[in-house]
Design a protein around this ligand. Sequence first.
Ligand code: BTN
Length: 266
Amino acid sequence: MLDRKKIARHLKTTLFGRNLFLLEEIDSTNKYAMQLARDGVPEGTVVCAAFQTAGRGRFERNWYASPGENLLISVIVRPKQNIELVQRITLAVSVILLESTRDFLKKYGYEPLDMRLKWPNDLMVGSKKLAGILTESLLKGKAVEALVIGIGINLNFQRDNMPQEIRDTATSIRIETGKHVDVSRFFTHFLYDFEQAYERLERTDYADVAEHWKKYNQQLGQDILIRTMQGEERGRFMDVNAEGHLIYEDEAGNRKELLAGEIING
Ligand code: BTN
C-alpha cells in the first residue's frame, strides 16, 4: 500500500517527486501525467497510483496490476534533447530500473534475481516480464517539451490475481523471492536512484547508454522474432547502436535498423 507519511519521511530526492500526485485510482498515470505536462508542471513531477482502471502498455496493450500491490508511476522530465534521443532515454531508464531493483533487493535482504533487459526496455526474469516502461512525449517541432516516463513494476502481484492473459508471461518480486515488498519503500528508493542517474545522463549526453544496456541483454547474436509497425519479421540480433536502435540481419542477410518495435521471443 502507498503510505503518504512513509513516502514523505523517506524521500531523499531534491526534485523528483517533490511535486507528487498520489492517487487511489486513476485510468492511467501516463494519461494523467501527459495532461499535467501540457499544463506546464515542473520537471520531476510524479504521478503514482494504487490502481489503474485503464493502464496503458506499448502497442496499445493493457497494463494490469492488483490494487495497491505494484508500483505504477509516471515521471515527467523535460530533457534538453531532440526527439531522436528519446529512445536512448528509455533504454537508460530500463538500466536504472534494473540496477535500482537489484540494489533494493540487496539492501533489504532479498535473494538476488537474475534480471535481464529485452529490447527496447522490458525488465525480465528468465522469460517472464517483471516490469515495463512506456514513454510518451510532448513535442514542439523536433524538440522535446516533456517526456512522460511510465513505469509499471510487479512487486507483489500473485499469480492468482493476474488475468489469464499474462499469467504465463509475467512475474513479480513476490513470486520470485517469496517475500512481500513495501511499495512505498520501493518507490522512494527507486525515485532517488532515478534522479541521481537522470542528472548524470543529462550532463553526459547519454553517451554510454547503449553499451551499458548491452551488459544486461542476453539475446545479442541470437535469432529473434521482431514486431515492427509493419508486421513481424525474423532475423538475427546484431547490435544496439548509439541511438538505441536495434540492428539486425534479416533472413536474406540484409543488415537493417529498427527504431521502434519490439522483440517477441525470448
Ligand atoms: C509495456 O511494457 O508495454 C509498458 C507498460 C507500462 C505500464 C506503466 S504503469 C504506469 C504507467 N501508466 C500507464 O498507463 N502505463 C505505465
